[in-house]
Design a protein around this ligand. Structure first.
Ligand SMILES: [Zn+2]
Length: 142
């Protein structure tokens, strides 16, 4: 992916992340408001069964089962200590182009890692099914 396309850089910006939190179940009188979630790098990625899934746009860590008193920044750091975004000392807007490129390179590693892991899981699941097919066939022919 070209690191400077709008799509690739969009979620670096707080406002764009905040917009994803439409329908987020926690709003007032709690720690994990959409504002705090977006500040901590999360985007809202709900599924039919889980309306409260949030994923870090950078390290792609998904967290669900949020409680009102959960602090998004603390949760992010404890579940994904190697995320470069949550440990960033500067605002994205203050980064130099070089710093931004380096950051984007780290983000791409997370993206590649996740897609590799998904491919491996898919392969292993398929292999398991095939294996049980083979065993069933062999047993049936006895
Ligand atoms: Zn992260």
């Amino acid at each position: 992916m070209d690191p400077l396309t709008e799509e690739a850089t969009k979620m670096y910006f707080y406002e764009n992340r905040l917009k994803s939190f439409e329908g987020w179940p926690f709003d007032e009188d709690c720690m994990c408001t959409p504002e705090n979630m977006a500040k901590a790098g999360f985007i809202h990625t709900p599924s039919d069964n889980s309306p409260d899934i949030a994923m870090c746009f950078f390290c792609l860590k998904e967290l669900e089962g949020w409680e009102p008193e959960d602090d998004p920044e603390k949760e992010h750091k404890s579940h994904s200590p190697s995320c470069h975004f949550i440990t960033l000392k500067k605002k994205v807007e203050e980064l130099t182009v070089e710093e931004f490129f380096k950051l984007q390179k780290e983000r791409n590693k997370f993206i590649i890692n996740k897609s590799c892991n998904e491919a491996i899981t898919k392969f292993e699941d398929t292999a398991k099914l095939r294996r049980s097919d083979i065993i069933n066939t062999a047993m049936g022919e006895e």
